[in-house]
Design a binder for this molecule. Structure first.
Ligand code: C5P
Length: 223
């Protein structure tokens, strides 16, 4: 499938645990469009650096390393240079490490073209922090999904528990707050809604209600 710069793009940005991932998958399935989980790319960079003993602050070494990454997504499976990283990239510790490498402009630049290449017919749903502000600024349907830090920690807690992982709610809340502070405060591509984004606070909403609101916005932008 070819990159198509005219294919429609729905951008779904927001902080960790806001439900972006689930929402983006549902929207992509409903529309029959492609999905870009851009957070997975930063997570892959963090895990690959750790496995090669590269310092998470060493921007030059990270940029060189990224050029050698062969990344393939197949459903939930994430294969990097022939290794299945699907589980390790999803831990909270990897999320925190990802937010450290994501603060480096060289790292963001190095994966920009890869992210743009996901724009393909019939359309793309792009999930991240800067999809509407930096990567796909021309999108006609931008969503910024928010929720209180407590609600997000609680949702993550339930998700991880369901996967059989042992987690502590207070630690999760701290990790979420640490990641939020870094993502919102960084100099490059900070987490913030695009000027033309629809902001949805999902703290008191069900996923069905959020989905309906998003689908209305997509229809407005692309019909
Ligand atoms: O969305 P997810 O939790 O998988 O993202 C992990 C980290 O990657 C975020 O905390 C953020 O620092 C970074 N990220 C980013 N820009 C994106 C997507 C993720 O900086 N578009």
């Amino acid at each position: 499938m070819q990159h198509d710069p005219l294919a429609p793009v729905v951008t779904i940005d927001g902080p960790g645990g806001s439900g972006k991932g689930t929402l983006s998958s549902l929207v992509a399935a409903k529309l029959g469009w492609h999905l870009l989980d851009s957070g997975a790319l930063y997570r892959i960079v963090a895990v690959s650096a750790q496995s090669q003993a590269i310092d998470l602050e060493d921007e030059n070494a990270l940029v060189v390393m990224i050029a050698d990454l062969q990344i393939a997504f197949a459903g939930d499976i994430v294969d990097v240079n022939g290794k299945d990283l699907s589980d390790i990239i999803r831990t909270e510790e990897t999320g925190v490490a990802a937010s450290r490498v994501a603060a480096l402009p060289g790292v963001r630049d190095a994966i920009l073209a890869l992210q743009k290449s996901f724009q393909r017919a019939p359309g793309l749903v792009a999930d991240g922090r800067d999809m509407g502000t930096v990567v796909f600024p021309h999108s006609k349907a931008k969503i910024f999904l928010d929720a209180s830090a407590e609600a997000r920690a609680d949702r993550r807690y339930k998700q991880l528990k369901n996967k059989g992982l042992s987690v502590n709610l207070r630690d999760l809340l701290e990790q979420i707050q640490e990641r939020d502070a870094r993502d919102r405060g960084r100099a490059v591509a900070p987490l913030k809604p695009a000027a033309d984004a629809l902001i949805i606070d999902s703290t008191q909403m069900t996923i069905e209600e959020v989905l309906e609101t998003v689908m209305t916005e997509v229809t407005k932008g692309y019909s």
